[in-house]
Write a protein that binds this ligand. Structure first.
Ligand code: GLN
Length: 478
């Protein structure tokens, strides 16, 4: 089987009858079986995927197949797919089936994608290593002693191990980009409001965005064209028209870049990543691209601001899991209060509980102003400052994460160390800007890492075109 390099080439092969969707799905099913030990999938829709593949093969033969016909994708387990289980990798949603599909899922199905399964993740997308899943850790496919990153670790592992063409993830503070960096794949987070969140199990609603994990830029563009755009079920989605991103990914422009002193000089940044980053900048400068440095005085505020606001929103969003309407209900509870307390005590894992408590605390009457309100104000400052930097410059460039994938268990006892893994992915999440992690670095220990580009609001077209340019210049050739 030829290596998959992007949907267009694959579609040509399907059209020319060099291969079929059924064959493709079978290949993936074999690979999923072969790499079961990764624990990337919580469930594989084997029969259904094969049935759908046969239907789509017939549509292709008849000439009436959709735009993404036969693309095989995996869904993070916090995205609803009607009639299928969805658990956010939590015991509290044990046995729960989606009663409707997320808008993105409906749009993808309408273009004939094949959904092959749902992928493991940190419980309610809270985590940076996929060790917070109620259904076991996911292993990094490139070194099984290491974490895949999180929270969309199953999605990143599945794409990296080539168990599907692409996967959807969700990114609240870095959950697509950081695992993409750890697994050597491309992770994309769109502008806040570009894509509907209808059918995404909420973690922190003012941060959450659905995005993609892929092996190339073309697939990001194609998936985005199908998924993005206004949706009557999500009032935060912009009604701005959705450009045909795939038509501009080969545009070559001379962009201006800005890189941030505090990121490059961050004490936690791995020296090899720092050197590679400088090397990339130098090569770009030599090829005529302008880049300059700027100060980013808020870097130290990122983690506190994010963890105050995201946990506050989470404590409110997760109050709906009370053992009444959905999923798990404690067997021993007798009264209403016992049902709520015990179902939540037994159903949620330790990290989710920690966040609900932290979020409840920062929202409580005596502390609201000191924490929640203050964090909102700092968020505004960060937004203004970041948007200002992007006024005269097209993109911000920075590493995706300070380091490469760490060992399983290495940070589980130290939540602060774990939270620090997000320091470079949080800025764009706070500011709601589109950002992408590109697999452009390889550490001497054999692991990949990402370089991150942040673009202007709703400027996905140019962000993807520039990303494509970078991949063409710097990606490792296999
Ligand atoms: N790792 C971050 C957290 O634990 C980000 C999670 C996410 O983006 N969903 O909150």
């Amino acid at each position: 089987m030829q290596r998959y390099t992007g949907y267009t080439r694959y579609r040509e092969r399907l059209e020319q009858k060099e291969m079929t969707c059924v064959q493709q799905v079978n290949t993936f099913l074999d690979r999923i079986e072969g790499r079961k030990g990764l624990n990337a999938f919580l469930e594989v829709f084997e029969d259904e995927a094969l049935e759908r593949a046969a239907i789509i093969d017939a549509k292709i033969a008849a000439g009436n197949a959709g735009k993404l016909a036969g693309m095989v994708i995996a869904l993070k387990d916090n995205i609803c797919y009607k009639g299928h289980k969805v658990s956010a990798s939590s015991k509290i949603l044990q046995g729960f089936e989606s009663v409707y599909s997320a808008t993105v899922v409906e749009r993808l199905l309408a273009e004939d994608v094949i959904i092959i399964g749902r992928t493991n993740c940190d419980e309610f997308a809270m985590g940076s290593s996929n060790e917070n899943s109620a259904y076991g850790v996911v292993k990094n496919p490139l070194n099984e002693k290491l974490v895949p990153g999180g929270s969309s670790g199953g999605s990143a592992a599945a794409v990296s191990a080539r168990l599907c063409h692409a996967a959807l993830g969700s990114d609240t503070g870095g959950s697509i980009r950081q695992p993409a960096s750890f697994c050597g794949v491309t992770g994309f987070r769109p502008t806040y409001g570009r894509i509907s969140r209808h059918g995404l199990l909420a973690f922190a609603s003012s941060f959450d965005q659905i995005g993609t994990v892929t092996n190339n830029i073309e697939d990001v563009a194609l998936l985005m064209e199908v998924m993005a755009g206004k949706d009557e079920y999500d009032a935060t989605v912009s009604s701005k028209p959705v450009p045909l991103y795939s038509e501009s990914i080969n545009d070559l422009e001379k962009y201006n870049l800005v890189y941030l002193d505090e990121c490059i000089n961050h004490p936690g940044l791995d020296p090899e990543i720092k050197n590679r980053f400088k090397e990339i900048l130098k090569t770009l400068q030599e090829s005529g691209l302008e880049s300059k440095n700027a100060s980013f005085p808020y870097l130290d505020q990122m983690i506190p601001v994010y963890y105050v606001l995201a946990t506050a929103e989470a404590s409110s969003n997760l109050s709906r899991y009370a053992g009444m309407t959905y999923g798990y209900r404690s067997k021993d509870a007798k009264t209403l209060e016992e049902t709520i307390v015990q179902s939540r005590s037994e159903g949620f894992g330790p990290e989710v509980k920690r966040r609900i408590m932290l979020g409840t605390f920062v929202l409580s009457e005596g502390y609201y102003d000191a924490y929640y309100n203050k964090a909102q104000r700092v968020r505004r400052l960060i937004n203004n400052y970041t948007k200002n930097l992007l006024k005269d410059n097209d993109f911000l460039i920075l590493p995706t994460s300070p380091g490469v994938a760490f060992a399983l268990g290495e940070n589980t006892e130290d939540p602060i160390a774990m939270y620090l893994a997000d320091i470079f992915t949080i800025p764009s999440a706070i500011a709601g800007l589109p950002s992408i992690s590109l697999p452009l670095g390889w550490h001497s220990n054999g692991m990949p890492y990402g370089i991150q580009i942040i673009g202007r609001s709703f400027d996905e077209s140019r962000l993807l075109a520039f990303s494509n340019q970078l991949m063409n210049i710097f990606a490792r050739r296999e």
